[in-house]
Structures are given as structure tokens and as C-alpha cells.
Design a protein around this ligand. Structure first.
Ligand code: ADP
Ligand code: MG
Length: 594
């Protein structure tokens, strides 16, 4: 069976195409979103999802999150004395989704279509393929997230011909793309975005606002306090999607500290983030040759589009309301599921054709006569070329008696190669030609998964070199890959009991850490009692305890956030006016009712 997977920075989802529609696959807790968080417990078992997310606060040293931001890089994450690569951690998430899907579908899942941000470069794509392999999934295809969102949206529309702008705003990345749909042909016309802009940045700004309001330094807080503050900041941000104002409270060194937040303050803390969002939109429009008026539908994807300030920002920019299809954080997964359906040749959607584009320029670094030390970029495949694509350029040698020509391969938009990403090098022997005598063709083939093959041939056809360009990790040999899969099998997915119970325990332990005194003892006693009931596996008692614990924890969470709140805290002086630079605020934006 084949499934579609949205492997997100913050949350991951799986989707299957059956009975003529895309169907999201619930995880062990019955929800669709599985947080992309991995934690190792005391026995060396792997915890993935909501349970692991609770442990970000209670066991930060054994827990990793946001690793997608480092896919394809050399960064590793230490968890219990072992360093894990981002692709290994992603593989744990994929393995969990695969397992949940198998349970839900009642059969083995062997293949997947996985979505990646359009701006992912070659290394990042190759690392994603590697993660799939480690998880025991044959990755049929990588799709760009906005392409998936566009596909899901177009399926719901009756219009024959439309231009979409997909604004996919997740936890850590922003992708903006312009997509044309004509009958059954969906064409991605341009993509742009910001690889380091997402909902996390809003959380970070709220946390910074809190700290600044109390003359504290966020980075100077102990890691655990930082984690609690970030979690509370995210919670406050979500509350602002539902109501006009909220407050963020935290006990720091025995002192209650709080700030009031509303959407006005949020905008004030984040003006530069809005500027970056605007820049990404303008860039995508410019590359597509479209104006704001050419766009028929603005599709919001990603959880951060739930923020009213984001919807309002888009409306202001385009002069029309953006649309939301279902829940924005599910759109990409829906699209990936439809792709999986196309792959499985599901009759109903077989005739949907899809083209995609290469989101960045690929080229060769060539000799710079004015500065011998620095190569200049000679583009071979231009950004936004339709995939798959193959292009050939011809080169010659610059020195007499040169025996070999070496081509460094780059990806990026900069004239100066040093500012682009070097994917590797390929060399070809050319005998002992005099300067300008040799003629060598360099052919770049870029496939639908975004994997580059470079083929270099001299004009006599006697010498030839060919190479696939992927990240180092993805160039693992079969044997190395087999060893890695074996090694990671040691880290079993925790299957000890019901996931709801594991989540309750993890949540209790996190709350325990935040409390003190008798409240703390209450929680400890409840946890002990629950563990005892779980140990003897008394179904009825477990059921009763679950409800009791959920209620108790709910009360304590409220308490942690609100109990201390009294008139004094609601006082005006509480708002640190100085931090907000009102100059920046657009009056019209502020007057809007959210
Ligand atoms: P990703 O694609 O990065 O995995 P998602 O699309 O799941 O992420 O979006 C996650 C982001 O959406 C997080 O930053 C989260 O705080 C934010 N988010 C989710 N729900 C809401 C909400 N109701 N209001 C505001 N932000 C939200
Ligand atoms: Mg996403």
C-alpha cells in the first residue's frame, strides 16, 4: 500500500487515497497531527509525537524537535549518549506514521509520497529520501508542499482555469508559490519563500516580549524555563486566534510574572516578520510574471495561517480574502495523499497531470578571468524550469597542456559561486589540449524528485564522467544503509500499553516539574496511583483514572496559567509600552477588528 506523508517541521501527517477521496490517517491518540518530536526514554525506546513533545519540557536532553530545519546538514542531535542525524530522527517519525497507518489500514505500507518545502535544496531532498529508506519505506516520489496544497485545492474547485497563490506558513518554513490550473493540468509556475520563517518565530517574539517586559534575558534562563516559556508563548499565540486578548504568566524564581497580549501587540513584536512574508510573496509574483490581480485564489496552508493577523495581512496585500480549505494544517497532507493515489493509478484521478518546477538555479562554477581565486556561476538549469529537465552547456579549457577539467557543481542564485551551495565536483580527462582546444559538454538532468545527474562528455566521445549529486549521507552504500537500518532497529518504538496513557504520564511529569509544594505532591500521588493501575492492567480502573487525571491536569494547567491573576495584574502598567515601537504599526492594520 502507498500513503502520502506531510513530514513537517512541527507536525507530520499521513493520508491515504481510497474510495475516491483523500483520507487522513489518525495516530494512536486519534488525532491527525503527530508532532515531529522524538525522545528516547530510560529503556532506550523511542517516543514520537505528543508524548515526546511533553518531554521537550521534562526531559529536554533526551528529546529532539525541529530537526527538519537541519536536514541535509552536518548537525547532529545528542540523545542519551548517541548522536542522531536529522534524517535518522525523521526516520523515527516516518516509522511511527507507517506503523499508525498499518494499524488503521490493516495492511502493510511499503511505499510513500513525501512532501518537502519547495525551497529544499538537493542535500535536503536527498536526506529526506534517506530518512524514508531508513524507515523501511520506498519513497515513490518527493513532492513540493505547495504543489500538494495546490493539488488538494484544485480538486475541490469546479473552475476550469485558475491561478492560485499558495501561502504555506508552518512552524519553521514559509513557502509561497504561484500555481496555474487549466482543466486537469496543474502547473507550478513559480516558488519562493523563506526557509527560516514560521510560527516558531512568533512564539519566540512573544517569549522575548515577555522577557523584555520583565528585564530578563531569554537566553540567560535555564533551558527548562526557556522550554516552558516557549510552550506558554505558543499557547498564548493560539489563544489569540480565538479571542481578542490573553495573557502569559510564568513563575520565575518564585516570582509571578505576566504580560497581557493581544493581536495589536503581536503585530508590534513581529513587523519585520510581516515584511519578510511580503517579500516572499512579491518574489513569487515577480518570478511568475503575475500581478496581484492575476491571482484568482489565495490558498492558506500551514498551521500559522490560523492566525487572524496572517489572514488579514494577505487580504490587505491582495485586496481579496484568502480561502481556507478545511483546516490549513491538513491541506498539504491531503495533497500528498492524492499524489499517492495518482501513483497507485487510482482510476478516478489518473487523468490529473502534474508538472513541477525546479525552485533554484543549478550550474557550474567557471573560471573568472578577473579574479582567479573566485569562480563565477554559469547557470545550466535556470530556476523555475519545468521538471523533469535536461540541459547541456559546452565548456573549454583555459590553460595550455591542461590534462583535466574539473567542474564544481553549484545550486543557488548568486553570481559569486562562494555564496551558492556546492553540491560536489566532477572531473574529466582531456588529454593535453592547448587552451580553448577541448570541447566538453556538461549535461544536467534534474528529475521529478529533485535529484541531479551530471553527465560530462568530451566532443570526441572518448572520455566520459557521470555522477549523481546528493548529500554525503544519501550516498550511503547498500551495505552501510543495511547496517544503519539494523542499528536503528534497536530503538524500538515504544509499544508499551496505550498511547493515551503514555501521553497522560508524560503530561503529568511535565506539570509536576512546573509545580511546587503540596500541588506537586498531589500530582506525584496521582501519577503513582495511575502507574500502579497500569501495572496490573485493570481496564475499568484505568478508564476511571484516565478521566480523573485529565481533569486534575487540566485544573493544574489552568492554575499554572491563571490562578495568580488578580486585578493588580490587569493593571495598565503591566504592559511594557516601551518595547513596542508604535511608529512601525500601520494604523489601518491596528484599527481592524480581529
Ligand atoms: P509544519 O508544516 O512546520 O510542520 P504546521 O503546518 O503544522 O507546521 O504549523 C505549525 C505551526 O502552526 C506552529 O507554529 C503552531 O504554533 C501554529 N499553529 C497551529 N495552530 C494554530 C492556531 N490555532 N493559531 C495560531 N497558530 C497555530
Ligand atoms: Mg507544513
Amino acid at each position: 500500500m502507498i500513503i502520502g506523508i506531510d513530514l513537517g517541521t512541527t507536525n507530520s501527517l499521513a493520508c491515504v487515497y481510497r474510495n475516491g477521496k483523500a483520507e487522513l490517517i489518525p495516530n494512536g491518540l486519534g488525532g491527525y497531527l503527530t508532532p515531529s518530536v522524538v525522545s528516547l526514554d530510560e529503556s532506550g525506546e523511542v517516543l514520537v509525537g505528543a508524548v515526546a513533545r511533553e518531554r521537550l519540557v521534562s526531559n529536554p536532553a533526551d528529546t529532539a524537535a525541529s530537526f527538519k530545519r537541519f536536514m541535509g546538514s552536518k548537525k547532529t542531535f545528542p540523545l542519551r549518549q548517541r548522536e542522531f542525524t536529522p534524517q535518522e530522527l525523521s526516520a523515527f517519525v516516518l516509522r511511527q506514521l507507517k506503523q499508525d497507518a498499518e494499524r488503521y489500514l490493516g495492511g502493510e505500507v511499503t511505499e510513500a509520497v513525501i512532501s518537502v518545502p519547495a525551497y529544499f535544496n538537493n542535500n535536503q531532498r536527498a536526506a529526506t529520501l534517506e530518512a524514508g529508506r531508513i524507515a523501511g519505506l520506498h519513497v515513490e516520489r518527493l513532492v513540493n508542499e505547495p504543489s500538494a496544497a495546490a493539488l488538494a485545492s484544485s480538486m475541490l474547485s469546479d473552475e476550469d482555469e485558475q491561478s492560485y497563490l499558495v501561502f504555506d506558513f508552518g512552524g519553521g518554513t514559509l513557502d509561497v508559490s504561484v500555481v496555474d490550473c487549466f482543466q486537469n493540468i496543474i502547473e507550478i509556475v513559480a516558488v519562493s519563500g523563506d526557509n527560516h520563517l514560521g510560527g516558531n518565530d512568533f512564539d519566540e517574539r512573544i517569549a522575548a516580549f515577555f522577557c523584555k517586559s520583565h528585564q530578563m534575558d531569554l537566553d540567560a534562563l535555564p533551558p527548562q524555563k526557556q522550554a516552558v516559556l516557549r510552550r506558554l508563548s505558543e499557547k498564548a499565540k493560539r489563544e489569540l486566534s480565538e479571542k481578542e486578548s490573553t495573557f502569559l504568566h510564568m513563575n520565575i524564581d518564585g516570582e509571578d510574572k505576566a504580560v497581557i497580549l493581544n493581536n495589536e501587540i503581536l503585530i508590534g513584536c513581529c513587523t519585520d516578520l510581516f515584511d519578510r512574508m511580503e517579500r516572499a510573496v512579491v518574489h513569487a509574483l515577480r518570478d511568475s510574471g503575475c500581478t496581484v490581480d492575476d491571482i484568482d485564489v489565495i490558498v492558506m496552508a500551514g498551521g500559522s495561517c490560523k492566525m487572524p493577523v496572517v489572514a488579514y495581512f494577505l487580504e490587505k496585500l491582495f485586496g481579496k480574502k484568502p480561502v481556507m480549505i478545511g483546516s490549513p494544517d491538513e491541506v498539504v497532507a491531503q495533497g500528498a495523499g492524492i499524489y499517492a493515489g495518482i501513483k497507485a493509478r487510482d482510476e478516478e484521478i489518473r487523468d490529473v497531470l502534474l508538472t513541477d518546477i525546479c525552485p533554484f538555479t543549478l550550474g557550474v562554477g567557471s573560471y573568472n578571468p578577473n579574479d582567479r581565486g573566485r569562480n563565477i556561476m554559469t547557470p545550466v538549469i535556470e530556476r523555475n524550469s519545468v521538471l523533469p529537465v535536461a540541459k547541456t552547456e559546452y565548456f573549454t579549457n583555459v590553460h595550455d597542456k591542461q590534462k583535466e577539467i574539473e567542474f564544481p557543481i553549484y545550486q543557488g542564485e548568486s553570481f559569486d559561486c562562494s555564496e551558492n551551495l556546492c553540491l560536489g565536483r566532477i572531473a574529466i580527462a582531456i588529454g593535453q589540449a592547448m587552451a580553448g582546444e577541448a570541447r566538453v559538454s556538461v549535461t544536467f538532468s534534474y528529475d521529478i524528485n529533485g535529484i541531479l545527474v551530471v553527465d560530462v562528455v568530451d566532443d570526441k566521445g572518448t572520455n566520459r564522467a557521470q555522477q549523481v549529486f546528493m548529500s554525503e549521507g544519501a550516498n550511503l552504500t547498500e551495505e552501510e544503509m543495511r547496517q544503519k537500518i539494523e542499528e536503528l532497529k534497536k530503538y524500538r518504538i515504544s509499544s508499551n500499553g496505550d498511547e493515551r496513557d503514555r501521553l497522560l504520564l508524560a503530561r503529568g511529569k511535565r506539570i509536576y516539574q512546573e509545580l511546587i509544594g503540596s500541588d506537586r505532591e498531589n500530582v506525584a500521588a496521582a501519577l503513582r496511583e495511575f502507574e500502579a493501575v497500569l501495572a496490573v492492567n485493570n481496564r475499568r480502573a484505568i478508564h476511571v483514572m484516565r478521566q480523573r487525571l485529565a481533569e486534575l491536569f487540566g485544573v493544574y494547567e489552568e492554575f499554572l496559567n491563571e490562578e495568580f491573576l488578580n486585578e493588580e495584574f490587569l493593571n495598565e502598567e503591566f504592559l511594557n509600552e516601551g518595547f513596542m515601537d508604535k511608529e512601525f504599526l500601520d494604523k489601518e492594520f491596528l484599527d481592524k477588528e480581529f
